[in-house]
Ligand binder design. Structure first.
Ligand SMILES: NC(=O)c1ccc[n+]([C@@H]2O[C@H](COP(=O)([O-])OP(=O)(O)OC[C@H]3O[C@@H](n4cnc5c(N)ncnc54)[C@H](OP(=O)(O)O)[C@@H]3O)[C@@H](O)[C@H]2O)c1
Length: 266
């Protein structure tokens, strides 16, 4: 009978390991909202954490301070993930200041909502550039290093809207659905190299992104959500911390719904 080779099996502990000591994480868009909660959660589990910012670097400075207060290393990097040249600079700076990245969280994202009839080419291009091409560009900088070292985690923040669509979000839903396709393909390509690639599809989470949604629409959202409220950034961060952990080593190509039951399965 052929031997089944399990290269990692012997080094895996007998109880699930959730700690991240000795790992370095990079969280794009870690200056506020969901990304800030993710950066703090990963640091609380023991990781050194780099974060990126664009317009909110003063908030990123505060997040960096909170992470350093936990005794971890942290730096922030001001770069536009929608610009390939900037992403290349980001990669160099991260290498110089924090070293190799073991955990990449592609969280940076924007929305430019309008009904399809009124959506302009610019609105389409800008959202695809940041929310989809940005994920491609940042991942390209870091995933092969993880593969070479035989361990890595890529976690992409998609959205419930990428799964079920949403009125006024043709650009955003296309980008977020694209992220799911990219996640599943990378999961297949890197599975034998010790790198897992997963996505999280949050429902409606209380952040700046929600501020543009009229109160009436938010009420409708809450009525459609079985738990009856918006989610909190920390509830998304909890899923990222789990998927980033050694305990999640047999989970890849998965889309984790964190949506209060708004859409189930699929
Ligand atoms: N809130 C929700 O209900 C919800 C639901 C599903 C999915 N999501 C996704 O979750 C992620 C985080 O969203 P959020 O709600 O936390 O939004 P947010 O509060 O607006 O934060 C967005 C983050 O992305 C960064 N960012 C935006 N454009 C960038 C660019 N071109 N380059 C680099 N960084 C950029 C921002 O940096 P600066 O602040 O420094 O500019 C900020 O840190 C996004 O991918 C979003 O699509 C959110």
């Amino acid at each position: 009978m052929a031997t089944v080779v399990q290269p990692e099996a012997e080094s895996r502990s007998a109880v699930p390991e959730y700690r991240l000591e000795g790992k370095t994480a990079l969280v794009t868009g870690g200056s506020r909202g969901i990304g800030k909660a993710i950066a703090l959660a990963l640091a609380a589990r023991g990781a050194n954490v780099g974060l990126t910012c664009l317009t909110g670097c003063k908030f990123a400075e505060d997040v960096r301070g909170q992470i350093r207060d936990m005794g971890r290393r942290s730096e922030y990097f001001a770069h536009d993930v929608g610009d390939a040249g900037e992403v290349s600079k980001l990669s160099n700076e991260v290498g110089e200041l924090l070293g190799e990245v073991d955990i990449l969280v592609n969280n940076a994202g924007i929305a430019r909502d309008r009904s399809f009839k009124k959506m302009t080419q610019e609105m389409w291009d800008s959202v695809i550039a940041v929310d989809l091409t940005g994920v491609f560009a940042v991942t390209k900088q870091f995933i092969d290093g993880m593969a070479d070292r035989g361990w890595g985690r890529v976690i992409n923040i998609s959205s419930i809207v990428g799964e079920v669509g949403n009125f006024g979000q043709a650009n955003y839903s296309a980008a977020k659905a694209g992220v799911i396709g990219l996640t599943k393909t990378l999961a297949r390509e890197y599975a034998r190299k010790g790198v897992t690639v997963n996505a999280i599809a949050p429902g409606f989470i209380r952040t700046r992104m929600m501020q543009e949604i009229p109160e009436k629409s938010l009420e409708a959202v809450m009525n459609m959500t079985p738990v009856g409220r918006l989610g909190e950034p920390v509830e998304v961060a909890a899923g990222v911390a789990f998927l980033a952990s050694p305990a999640a080593s047999f989970i890849t190509g998965h889309v984790l719904d964190i949506n209060g039951g708004m859409a189930m399965g699929g």
